[in-house]
Design a protein around this ligand. Structure first.
Ligand code: ZN
Length: 171
């Protein structure tokens, strides 16, 4: 078990497009890295965490949408190379937050339902439909794999105000 340091925006890794995990990378090393991500997510605490947030620019994320009490039944997902196969036209808006953008909240529009395909740490393929809060969490984490944080989804004004406040806090 290891708790990994979580990077905060602005950090160049958070803006990079994450690489897909290669066939030859599946196995025990990947599984133990993913388990460290799980420990880090629960320690934060958070409902989801993507690998770029802990400094590894690869398409890996973990999520337990039920970790936010009352939101859904608890179920832990360990996801590698996710692909949205289908999604609803219908969207849903929710005030999202992010472990890499502390004290920042943004109403964000997402698909209400997504049909996701992914691999686990050993390379087995899974598919499942997600809706409502779990679908929101997964789309948020998949944004991280594209190098997008909540700051990039907000207005230029809100983003620059956040970053300048953050710079002042550091001084
Ligand atoms: Zn996030």
């Amino acid at each position: 078990m290891a708790i990994l340091p979580i990077l905060e925006a602005p950090h160049p890794i958070l803006s990079k497009i994450a690489k897909p995990v290669r066939e030859d990378q599946f196995g025990p090393e990947l599984v133990s890295f993913i388990d460290n991500m799980v420990d880090t997510m629960y320690d934060a605490p958070g409902v989801g965490l993507a690998a770029p947030q802990v400094g590894r620019s690869e398409q890996i994320l973990v999520a337990d949408p039920g970790n936010d009490e009352g939101k859904a039944q608890r179920k832990l997902y360990k996801i590698v190379n996710p692909v949205i196969l289908e999604h609803s036209k219908e969207t849903i808006s929710y005030e999202e937050s992010c472990l890499s953008v502390p004290a920042f909240y943004l109403m964000t529009k997402r698909y209400k339902r997504i049909h996701l395909q992914w691999k686990d740490g050993l390379g087995n393929t899974h598919t499942e439909w997600f809706e409502e809060f779990p679908a929101i969490v997964l789309q948020h984490e998949m944004d991280h794999l594209k190098g997008i944080t909540l700051l990039d989804r907000s207005s230029r004004f809100k983003k620059s105000r956040y970053l300048s406040r953050k710079r002042k806090r550091r001084k």
